[in-house]
Design a protein around this ligand. Structure first.
Ligand SMILES: C[S@@+](CC[C@H](N)C(=O)[O-])C[C@H]1O[C@@H](n2cnc3c(N)ncnc32)[C@H](O)[C@@H]1O
Length: 418
């Protein structure tokens, strides 16, 4: 069946006249495909019959099947236009989107799955692992790690889960500080020869960790079993150094994260006498960057290792006015005196717990800087904050993730109540 693609949905798939969503299809395309689920309105593309003017030839040979870069066959200027239009549609207005300084090789982290026949890579449209020899979002060195690892698991006959133990590998590579660490995730049904792999890779990495993922979920997170060398990544943003535990969040596009921090600093517009709350503070990338502009910064973060390292990062950079509490914000918010001057919010994709939003509205900080990698949940949260007297002062989209539909957006909110 033929379908004409007329729009892009929330997750970046092309939407046909009939409302069916096709991954790897762009507005202006005529495609041949079929419907996979009528209920979910999901289709699968078979071939492009007439190419959209948004298309160009992508450099990566897996473009069009690899889930990592669903938009790589779309010109970068067109990707930016779509992202900006999405933010305008959600918020009514915005500053022009800030393009990424690098279109390729920008990621400092990649999570690859192990597949049958010793494949290592990302998943395709049918959830099958692609054997990726060269990923265009990773550096040459990180691609070399994957290729050596592939040879290693093959030579030791280490099969992929569920037949064998191999589940994921996470590669983390500093862009401003040269160092790389990896985390190998397996099931608990066998020993992983960590020392032997270390011997194979120690000339190109600084640390290796082995973790058990005991969950049936296809996730690259688990219980750490053992590390050799560094069990953290070292990176810097605008001159501030960060130690990041192997399993903790950090912005994946280092160069653009520096710009993002600069926008947050500009929006926060600190005078030096304020107490700032940095909610969802991670390893402190935002809070520590604001510390020399405020009287005090308090971070709150659920991941204990990250919260602990944010304090270590403060020491590493001689910052004395930063503190951090480990815990889920919704669980500890009651005990917090949120009557601060400014609040920074940088929640994960599902957004902010209603309890937290309510408490913020009651505490009425004058200004809130809300950073999000999911503008749809950000919009919903801001609707609640608006009912509590906040209005949107400024909206700044910034492209952290070229060739993917993901959009990062920073919103400055001010409380209009006296
Ligand atoms: C988008 S990241 C931001 C981290 C940090 N601001 C940064 O830029 O590196 C979201 C962070 O929120 C943390 N988190 C998720 N749910 C949380 C919760 N309910 N309470 C506190 N922290 C949470 C995650 O561990 C993660 O570090």
């Amino acid at each position: 069946m033929q379908f004409e693609i007329i729009d892009i949905d929330k997750k970046g798939g092309g939407v046909s006249h009939e409302g069916i969503i096709f991954r790897f299809a762009y507005p202006g395309d005529t495609i041949e495909g079929y419907i996979v689920s009528k209920r979910k309105k999901l289709g699968r593309i078979e071939k492009v019959v007439k190419e959209s003017p948004l298309r160009h030839k992508a450099p990566c040979k897996y473009a069009g099947e690899c889930g990592g870069c669903a938009w790589q066959q779309m010109r970068y200027d067109e990707q930016l236009k779509i992202k900006e239009a999405k933010i305008k549609g959600l918020f009514g207005f915005c500053e022009p989107i800030i393009p990424a300084p690098q279109e390729f090789f920008y990621r400092n982290r990649m999570d690859f799955a192990f597949g049958p026949d010793f494949l290592i890579g990302l998943k395709d449209d049918k959830n099958k692992t692609l054997d990726i020899e060269k990923c265009w979002l990773l550096s040459e060195e990180s691609n070399e790690i994957v290729n050596r690892l592939r040879k290693f698991v093959k030579s030791r006959d280490l099969k992929s889960y569920p037949e064998g133990i191999m589940r994921h590998v996470v590669i983390r590579e500093g862009k401003n500080i040269k160092n790389t660490v990896i985390n190998i995730l397996t099931s608990d049904k066998g020993e992983f020869p960590l020392e032997e792999l270390w011997e194979e890779l120690k000339d190109i990495i600084q640390g290796i960790t082995w973790s058990h993922n005991l969950s049936p979920a296809d996730r690259s997170y688990g219980e750490i079993q053992k590390s050799i060398g560094q069990d953290y990544l070292l990176e810097s943003l605008n001159g501030i150094k960060f130690k990041i535990p192997v399993q903790s969040f950090f912005q994946t596009n280092t160069r653009q994260a520096e710009k993002l921090i600069q926008i947050i600093i500009e929006f926060a517009n600190l005078k030096g006498d304020e107490k700032v709350f940095d909610l969802y503070s991670g390893t402190g990338s935002i809070g520590l960057s604001l510390a020399d502009k405020a009287k005090e910064v308090a971070g709150i973060e659920e991941n204990e290792a990250a919260a602990k390292l944010s304090l270590e990062n403060a020491k590493l950079n001689d910052i004395e006015n930063f503190s951090a509490i480990a815990g889920r914000i919704e669980d500890i918010i009651k005990s917090l005196d949120l009557k601060s001057d400014k609040i920074i919010l940088d929640p994960p994709r599902p957004g902010i717990h209603k309890k937290v939003l309510q408490k913020i509205v009651e505490a009425k900080p004058k200004e809130i800087v809300y950073v999000s990698c999911n503008p749809y949940t950000q919009r919903e949260d801001i609707n609640l904050l608006s009912e509590g007297g906040y209005h949107i002062e400024k909206t700044q989209p910034i492209d952290m993730f070229p060739h993917t539909p993901h959009i990062e957006n920073v919103v400055l909110l001010r409380n209009s109540a006296p």
